[in-house]
Ligand binder design. Structure first.
Ligand code: NDP
Length: 398
């Protein structure tokens, strides 16, 4: 058992807080701390457990974080704020002697570029301090990485081709909205695509490569190749992989809006001067777009995310394998008040925290999730609301 502090009070943090509260057998005390304390208080009210503490903190400020950690003395910090805060929170964890978990890799504010090097650089310091850092414990990265580890452990001698396929077949009935933080989401989608092949990265123009893929219980959807962070750690941890790609579905309506947003300069991340104020166009856009947390009530349909894998099976013959989860937006909303994208991220973060508290995922150093035993995680997915399904020797379409 142990004490946990959740940083952030957005969609993902709300789901995680609900789930952490339901795992009272391992979390002895819970605190939610974020930039806006009233949002933390609202989560506590929705959960209906007044024993959950709340606090205001600026997670860009190491001293503020350290003071909070020293006062609350958590065993684990769940970083569910934004990727910009990863390094300050890791730094504060080292100062206060607290372990760490997040769902997205560090991204500097001024360049839309994400890679693990900044966080991997903390490895020795976490090792020496005897602290655990669990990186990328959402769905993708997160569950997709654990699916790959599970496939490698139980079904493959050698994974050769990996395609991560992420379909959101839900409808929120808004003309345009993003499913998680709009600033982070639009930065991710508008940058160049990238995949791994024959030992090196291949770069593409943004959304240049696309293909119709068929998703279980959904049907065919146009799927676009993006760079996604879990590919970086998976090809390092599974060097037999010859090609690794990430695909995400987008509708025509969404892409048209995105094109217009870019063409008129609203996706810009460079500050501009507007009537004497420095404003970042994309941050301003975020302020006028629907809040992803408010999409849940009218969201129908489901997400379908999984891994399609080809390689040499345990019997030495070629093997194909598809492991996936489908998550209903409505069911997620009924349980937590949030839509499926927040749900599919907050639940895995909770499971990672649970396994840390149980000592099963506790090891000094900085680790991507596929470096831990996938089996207890796969068991928990079935128990905590994200059941998975698998197909063997199937047509992967890829
Ligand atoms: P939201 O924007 O809804 O929530 C972010 C929260 O962080 C807000 O409550 C915000 O405060 C708080 N915050 C921002 N800056 C600070 C700061 N300096 N100090 C303290 N708190 C701060 O985002 P989401 O919940 O949608 O996403 C959370 C994280 O999950 C992101 O890192 C995102 O990239 C990641 N993610 C990962 C996925 C995966 O599958 N691995 C999928 C989806 C998201 P305020 O409320 O005051 O604005």
């Amino acid at each position: 058992m142990g004490k946990v502090i959740i940083i952030g009070a957005g969609g993902v943090a709300t789901v995680a807080a609900h789930k952490v509260a339901k795992n009272a057998d391992v979390f002895s005390e819970i605190m939610i701390a974020s930039r806006t304390k009233s949002k933390c208080d609202a989560i506590v009210k929705a959960i209906g457990n007044p024993a959950i503490k709340t606090a205001q903190v600026d997670a860009d400020n190491v001293d503020e974080l350290t003071a909070l950690f020293d006062a609350f003395k958590p065993d684990l910090v769940m970083n569910l704020a934004l990727p910009y805060q990863d390094l300050t929170i890791m730094e504060a964890c080292l100062k206060s002697g607290v372990s760490y978990l997040d769902t997205a890799n560090y991204e500097p504010r001024d360049v839309a570029h994400f890679e693990y090097s900044w966080q991997w650089a903390f490895k020795e310091r976490f090792e020496q301090a005897g602290l655990t850092a669990i990186l990328g414990c959402g769905f993708d990265p997160g569950v997709t990485s654990i699916y790959t580890a599970y496939a490698a452990k139980h079904h493959f001698k050698e994974i050769q081709y990996l395609d991560i396929v992420d379909c959101n077949a839900g409808n929120h009935h808004k003309a345009f909205a993003t499913n998680f933080n709009p600033e982070i989401n639009i930065r991710e989608i508008t940058q160049k695509g990238q995949y791994w092949e024959d030992g090196k990265w291949v770069e593409t123009e943004p959304l240049e490569i696309h293909k119709t893929l068929t998703y279980p219980n959904v049907g065919p959807r146009e799927s676009y190749l993006l760079h996604h962070e879990e590919i970086e750690s998976l090809v390092k941890n599974y060097p037999t992989i010859r090609r690794a790609r990430f695909w995400m579905t987008f509708g025509e309506e969404y892409l048209t809006h995105l094109r217009v947003i870019q063409n008129i300069g609203m996706a810009g991340i460079e500050p501009i001067n507007y009537e004497g104020h420095q404003i970042v166009p994309l941050q301003f856009l975020k302020a006028v777009l629907p809040n992803p947390q408010d999409l849940g009530a009218n969201y129908d349909g489901e997400t379908s995310i999984g891994c399609r894998i080809r390689g040499i099976g345990k019997d030495g013959k070629e093997h194909t394998y598809y492991v996936y989860n489908n998550c209903s937006h409505q069911a997620a909303y009924e349980e937590t008040g949030m839509q499926g994208v927040s749900y599919t991220t907050g639940v895995p973060a909770t499971i990672g925290a649970r396994l840390f508290m149980l000592g099963l995922w506790k090891r000094p150093g900085v680790w991507n999730v596929e470096e831990f035993d996938p089996d207890p995680f796969m068991d928990e997915l079935n128990k905590q609301g994200l059941p998975w399904h698998e197909l063997h020797d199937c047509d992967l379409e890829l």
